[in-house]
Design a binder for this molecule. Structure first.
Ligand SMILES: [Zn+2]
Length: 387
């Protein structure tokens, strides 16, 4: 699902990233608005260039509204103390990538609801704009296209809010539902499972409604779009659930194993745990601003959901020109996983000392029997038992 991406801007320090697949969608929206929607709504009363001016305005304001929705999620997450990777805009709208998960249901609820609340607010703002334009004298020449533009935007923002409030993951309503169930039962995994099932159900309903509308009303374009959206939602709901399940299982395994690792004379007795790791998806700039600013290591294990993806060496990072820090992700510059970058938790200290000496990273990632990253081993860790 990853294509090449492009950074549009930074808002409140948060990178706004677009997928290249998003650019034709913006163009398509300008065209549909200028060549079809606006002429239809105004009975073709205006010159063609004017339709394009308003078509572009509609498009910029619509995508700006989507961005504002995501920004509301991001700023609320920041208020809850969660770091933000970036906001991504793509053909189905947008999403905010958080560097962590809220650990309390109420925090999750606030983050989930912030987006739709922002969309409602913007919708109301456009209603006010619409009322102002209506009040202006009828002979004012821009009245007609402006009115249609504002009407489209208030409807668009209301639809955005309502759609996102459907109570199933991965939609905002699904996150809110999950938070509420979690708050009630205290069982985050059960809450996630129910919210995912609702999400998959909603996805099937959207797809079925699309197929129904094709046969009933002959709305083929809408039908194809709804089937695609349904399919996309179902996939995201399921992969999001699997990811949460993995993280949760890894957490439980880690808690259970914690005591077992501390075996005399093994790597487990001296390692630094948990390991400071960095996600393969993190931008280089994020890594430098956050992880490196706090931890002055020479190398960092690259891991996602406890799985080792590679090793990031500062030595290698120094070769990357500063202009590329925003564009490149950790995955682009890391070293792939090699046997001499990691060691198992049960390995002996003698073996660890020898391996550490020949390690190109100067450190070793420590993994458990299932391959999960659980710690980190540097020369400093080995000094204590050797003395
Ligand atoms: Zn949202």
């Amino acid at each position: 699902m990853r294509f090449r991406t492009l950074q549009l801007m930074r808002l409140f320090g948060i990178p706004v990233i677009v997928d290249y697949s998003w650019l034709p969608v913006v163009g398509l929206h300008v065209w549909l608005a200028s060549a079809f929607y606006l002429p239809q709504q105004t009975a073709g009363a205006l010159p063609v260039w004017e339709y394009y001016v308003f078509g572009v305005l509609m498009t910029v304001l619509l995508f700006g509204s989507i961005l504002a929705h995501e920004l509301a999620h991001a700023l609320m997450a920041r208020l809850e103390g969660i770091k933000i990777y970036d906001i991504q805009l793509h053909i189905f709208g947008g999403w905010t990538r958080l560097a962590g998960e809220p650990d309390r249901p109420m925090a999750e609820l606030r983050i989930a609801v912030a987006g739709p609340a922002m969309s409602f607010l913007i919708g109301v703002l456009f209603i006010l704009c619409l009322l102002v334009v209506q009040a202006i004298a009828p002979e004012y020449p821009l009245r007609l296209p402006l009115r249609e533009t504002f009407r489209y935007l208030f409807l668009g923002n209301f639809v955005l809010a309502m759609f996102n409030l459907l109570p199933g993951l991965p939609l905002d309503g699904g996150r809110a539902l999950r938070a509420w169930l979690w708050h009630r039962s205290g069982d985050v995994m059960e809450a996630t499972l129910l919210a995912k099932r609702m999400g998959v159900g909603i996805a099937y309903m959207i797809s079925s409604f699309g197929i129904f509308s094709a046969f009933w009303w002959g709305e083929y374009l809408t039908a194809v779009w709804m089937v695609i959206v349904g399919f996309f939602l179902k996939n995201v709901a399921e992969s999001d659930y699997r990811r949460r399940q993995r993280v949760h299982t890894a957490e439980i395994a880690q808690q259970r194993n914690e005591a077992r690792w501390r075996i005399e004379g093994t790597v487990g007795s001296v390692m630094t745990a948990p390991a400071v790791s960095v996600s393969p998806d993190a931008r280089i700039s994020e890594f430098i601003d956050h992880t490196l600013a706090e931890h002055r290591h020479a190398s960092f294990p690259v891991a996602r959901d406890g799985r080792l993806h590679g090793m990031l060496l500062l030595e290698r990072l120094r070769e990357v020109p500063r202009e590329q820090w925003e564009r490149l992700a950790v995955r682009d510059v890391m070293e792939p996983v090699r046997e001499d970058y990691f060691i198992t938790v049960r390995a002996s200290l003698d073996y660890a000392a020898r391996k550490l000496e020949s390690s190109p990273a100067g450190h070793l990632a420590v993994i458990d029997a299932d391959g999960f990253l659980i710690g980190y081993l540097g020369p400093g860790d080995l000094k204590i038992p050797a003395a």
